[in-house]
Design a protein. Sequence first.
Length: 203
Amino acid sequence: MPVTFVASSQLPTQWGTFTMHGFLEPGTGKEHVVLTMGDVSDGQPVLGRLHSECLTGDALFSLRCDCGFQLEAALKAIAEEGRGALLYLRQEGRGIGLMNKIRAYHLQDGGADTVEANELLGFGADQRDYGICKPMLAHLGITSLKLLTNNPRKVKALEDFGITVAERIPLKTGLNPFNRNYLATKAGKLGHLLGTIHQAEAE
Ligand SMILES: Nc1nc2c(ncn2[C@@H]2O[C@H](COP(=O)(O)OP(=O)(O)OP(=O)(O)O)[C@@H](O)[C@H]2O)c(=O)[nH]1
Ligand SMILES: [Zn+2]
């Protein structure tokens, strides 16, 4: 899947200054971003996250999901380690886009769960393709990751295109009364490894 590097710059944040790398996916026009800190090209496992875009959670403070909390926690963890990479992937709504995610939320307001809502709209439960990460990781010289995720599909996808996942580090944060059912559905139907505490609280 062709993705081309465009430019890099500094990005100061409340947790520290990252380097921001912009990538363009010409086939779709999507603009992806990677934030790195430290030397990530030395061959040692890099603390990393594949973060799928969630405008509502990442930017609009939504409590319907855990995305914004995970984004913050991942950037903080990378800054604390002084080395790492966060791939901000423009895969809004697990790949169905923002307008369709709003349609899906409307169906969820009426009682459907997050998987049923996608299916009622004629989509798969999860339409993300992580192949876009391969050229971005190659450009940055990253061959091995300590991956911050609860999603085993991300681990498998990376391993399928030759990235070593040296470790999976759970990223359990942001549980609240509005996302309990959502997290329970992710654990029950999408295979997310949310662990006993998180899962028990979500039930
Ligand atoms: N279609 C749809 N997408 C959603 C919904 N809630 C969140 N999303 C999207 O789901 C993606 C986040 O995926 P998650 O399943 O929360 O987490 P993950 O990235 O697969 O796994 P983790 O690495 O453990 O966070 C983002 O693209 C969100 O926009 C929903 O109800 N419907
Ligand atoms: Zn979200």
